[in-house]
Design a protein around this ligand. Sequence first.
Ligand code: SF4
Length: 344
Amino acid sequence: MGIEGVDLVLGTQDRMKMLEWIEQVKVERRPQNAVHEIWEAEEFEELPQLSEEHRARALLKIQEGCNQFCTYCIIPYARGPLRSRLPENALAEARRLVEAGHPEIVLTGIHTGYYGQDLKEEWNLARLVRELVKIPGLSRLRLSSIEPMEYTSELIESIVSSDKVCPHLHMPLQSGSDRILTRMNRPYTLNQYRDLLERLRQQIPNLAVTTDIIAGFPGETEEDHASTLEFVKSCGFSGINVFPYSKRKGTPAADYSDQVSKQLKEQRVKDLLLVARVSQEEFVGHFIGKPVEILIEWIDPQGYAIGHTPHYIQVQIPASEDGKTWTSRRFVTVVLEEGMVGRA
Ligand code: SF4
C-alpha cells in the first residue's frame, strides 16, 4: 500500500473488525490493506443499529448488495452480491429497537424485495414481515424501496393483512419509456408497472406510492422524456425523487456515446419536478379535512412538532397548544389542514 500517511485501508464489509485492524497496525507498525474482493462476500455483515434517543423511527437493515446490474448503477460493483440478514438477528434487533422506545421501524436494504433468496432456510420478505408485525409494542412497520418485479402475491398479502404495515410503498420506476427501461436493464415494462400499481391499489385503498426517476439517461430523446412525463402523471404518485443522470465510472451507461447534455438534463429535471409537485398535492388533497395520525419525530426550533402519517405525509403542528405539549415518539391524531402539510 503506498499512500503517504495512510496506515489502514478497510472495506465496508469489515467495519465490525475495525478495532482489531487498528490494533494490528499498532502492533505490526506497518500499513495494512484489508480490502478484499467484494464479490467474495457471502454473508450479511452484522452491524447493530444504535438506538438514537431523539428518533421516533428506527432503521432496520435486513439486506445488503444487489445482483441486478442496472446499467447506470455502481452498487453491485461497490457493495457486492445480495446477502440477507439472518431472520433471528433481524427479529432480535427489531425487538431491541422497540424496547428502546421506537414505535416505528423502517426496513432498509439495497434489494429488500429479494430478502431471503440466499438463505439456507426458506425465508422471504413476506415471512419476515409476518414475524415482525407480531412484535409487541411495534406500532408501525414501513417497507422502504421494493423493486416492481418483487411484489409477489404472498408479499402483498403480508402487507394487506396487518394494519401495522404502513400503506406506503416505494417502487422505483426510473423511466416512463420502455426503450430506456431496456437500456437501463430494468426488468419490467410500463404495462407491467401499471398493472402492478392497479393490483396494489385494489387491495390497499389510498395507497401512497413514491418513486425515483432518472432524467436524461443516455439516448433519452424528447419522445422518451414526453412519454415519461405522461406516464408519471398517470400513476398518481404521492412523491417523486428526480435525479439527473450522472455517470458512474465502470458502469456500461457511462460509456454510452449518446450522453444527454447537462442543459437538457436540467430542463427535464425541472419538468419532472413540476409534475411531482402537482402529483403530491393531488394525493395530499384526499386527506385534507380528515383525521390523520402523526408520529411526532422531532420539534423544530420554531416550536413545531413534525412527523409523518402512515401514508408518509409530513405534517407539522404547534408543539404546545391548548395546554398540551407534544414530544417526539408520541402519536397524535389531527384533522389535516392545508397549512400543516410539509412539502418534500
Ligand atoms: S438500481 Fe437498484 S436494482 Fe438496479 S443495480 Fe442498482 S441497486 Fe440494484
